[in-house]
Design a protein around this ligand. Sequence first.
Ligand code: FDA
Length: 480
Amino acid sequence: FLANTFRDCMATTFASDEPIETILLTSFSSKYPKALQSFQQNPRWLNSSSSTKPLAIVTPLHESHIQAAILCTNKHGMHLRVRSGGHDYEGLSYLSTYTPPSAFVMIDLNQLRSIHVNLPHETAWVQAGATLGELYYMISKASGVHGYPAGICPSVGVGGHISGGGFGTMLRKFGTAADHVVDAYLIDVNGNILDRKSMGEDLFWAIRGGTATSFGIILAWKIKLVRVPPVVTGFNIRRTLEEGATMLINKWQHVADKLHQDLFIRVVAQNHGGGGELGLEAKDCIEMSWIQSTLYFAGYNKWDPTEVLLNRITTYKSSFKAKSDFVMDPIPEIGLQGIWKMLLREDALAMVIMDPYGGRMNEISEYEIPFPHRKGNLYNIQYLVKWDDNSIEASNRHVNWMRMLYSYMTPYVSTSPRAAYANYRDLDLGRNQKHHIPYSEASAWGFKYFKENFKRLAQIKTRVDPNNFFRNEQSIPTLN
Ligand code: FDA
């Protein structure tokens, strides 16, 4: 019933000769399952009985379609979810786990993804539905010496990624993706389209790393490009435990954040694969352009056509559970050995990904934008386990293993708060179960993601969306 009411409301608001089905599918449509599943990255959620699917999917071709969807959902007591690239770790852009279930509509921005690079100004306007791969590709078409410091996986959407921070191989040199946003278009709860000037500096601060989805819908970001050399160098060295991997990681922990900021050395400890070369030699170093390095670090070959970056479907798609931590003091060798033991206990592909901080990250204040993880962090850890058997039993088993690993890590990582990265969303940290959740309850996870910035985020939320229309299980709460 509600789906049809929403459809009728959209049909009267939608000013076009085209049928409403051009942009709207209700859950009764035969095309709906494909549209729901097409860009989601974690199939774990689609089988889950504890999540609710959207009553309708709107794929706007124009910003007025989003304004109509805000108006119609608001009018009929529903809420919205927004999907750009569909990489949300807990599926919050297309599913809801509220109990009791709360009717919602999903806006899928995959048709709003134009990119305009302005080379003389070294900026670009990027619509929210574009992926990082599309952005990198368009920058490389305009210039061989410009880039953008964002994530490694090309199919990640800029809509979600930048609104949670966003980092990759240029983190130590330039900081996060959100640090390089200079303007944005956002649709607010009243359907107004705001830019930096009209939204004001407080709201503009909040959407750069403080989960924009709590404040409105990002239409586009204006980003500042960074200068990259015509040639960069990449290398990939594998070592097994027998070849001294633990000692190597131990050494890495003491130097990785202090090396020259042009150098970014990521460590991936994993239970499957590995073994091979010993020591870094000249032959391991591969010279390439920056755009080739985005291919190389995404798992392609540097000579693959750059058009593969335009593929919106990730090559990594499988069920997964992830968590994150920040390390402020080197983990003793015995602690590292314990990580290996835990990894070897898991039969599915499991990894501990360590990204060094330091460099530019030490120079940016933790209050500059809501992303607070700056000076004092040696490195970030992402724990990841991936599996193909999509049964509930398998899912529970792997998730339990992940929780054990997280518990094992407690003495070795940041405390008060035990910090976490908002883009590696983890509902184990806590969730809003109801329309209105007290700020004090939400603080359980809010301070982990945003530290002291959480309070300012809640103040801004209270001002711009007092009725909490833009909400999900980990959206910023109001202070009421
Ligand atoms: P999705 O569309 O699922 O959105 C994520 C969240 O943002 C949801 O809450 C959604 O509602 C909201 N949102 C989306 N579009 C919005 C809009 N236009 N306006 C307001 N809110 C919006 N991170 C990183 O920093 N570095 C990395 O290298 C990687 N690599 C990586 C690889 C893979 C395979 C995955 C699955 C994820 C990553 N990530 C990452 C994490 C990634 O940055 C994070 O999941 C982003 O939120 C994904 O943004 P999407 O737009 O793709 O997701």
